[in-house]
Write a protein that binds this ligand. Sequence first.
Ligand code: SAM
Ligand code: SF4
Length: 325
Amino acid sequence: MVSLIDRYGRILNYVRISITDRCNYRCRYCMPENGITWFPHEKMLRYEDIFFLVSVLQEMGVTKIRFTGGEPFVRKGFISFLKDFQSSFPEIEIALTTNGSFLSSFAEELSDIRLSGLNISLDTLDPAKFKHITRVGRLEDVLEGIKIVASLKKTPLKINTVLIRNFNDDEIIPLLELATENGAMLRLIEFMPLDDVWDKDSFISSDEIFQSLPLGKWKDITDNSPTSCVSGPAKYYRNFKWGYTLGIIAAVSHHFCDSCNRLRVTVLGEMKPCLFSNEFVELAPAIRIKDKDCLKELILKAVSMKPSGWKIIDRSGCRMSRIGG
Ligand code: SAM
Ligand code: SF4
């Protein structure tokens, strides 16, 4: 089996692909109120481009693809694409990240697809706060979607919550209850300094999140063995008394760079070796003409550029929705 290995010996077998930069929400920590200037359709990777790219990535040892965005479900034909993708790449693990707003409409069709994970973003259980943070979303859509996909019991579910001071830091218990009722794992994520939305006062470090966890004692149960469901980048904690488990993702304060196994591809076909870097390699020209050798060289170039660790040089180039958070 071939592997993509970077300068620091990390095996890169996981690629996150942003399916679209468009989104039906305008989350305050991700996008400005009026959205961003969307990339023209003709510049975005077509589905057939993604097929070609993944066929090459698979030859290079990639075993897992996560589709994200923007909101993947706003892209026309996304479900049909997923079905075709699964038939073409039966050995690739497919995972999705979504805001959950379309799940109730697509749950049945989605259940035909073997997903290794479905991550649903949900920051609050209060309808007014939900509207505030997403600017346009309706909490009931997401709750309904979670309920339906959970009832189908086909996919491991995670609920991802960006924890924001004085906004939702008092909602850990209700979110835990919701996750547990639906057989999902709650993960609390540090608010990341990207875009023009960084507000230092709202940031809560993972250490502080851990110290302030409710319900008494929490034991670290993180297990990074290959088949574990409580492995990084989150650290997982169990409250044995109440029977809850949750993850904390310290994207900012304690980086998981040493064990990072990912590459990212933006909607324009740029390969980004690191979320927190403005460096990228343009894969699109080689993809468009289906030049496999050239594409492999470009991918290797991106791999060679992967930094040992996190640093932010200039945040203005970073848009979570374009890179695929
Ligand atoms: N639209 C989908 C969603 O919201 O799940 C997928 C794309 S979104 C960019 C992926 C993830 O990035 C979401 O869980 C979102 O909460 C997270 N995210 C966006 N901006 C963030 C920020 N500044 N800090 C931490 N997480 C952020
Ligand atoms: Fe859209 Fe996801 Fe960004 Fe919210 S976090 S604006 S749902 S891409």
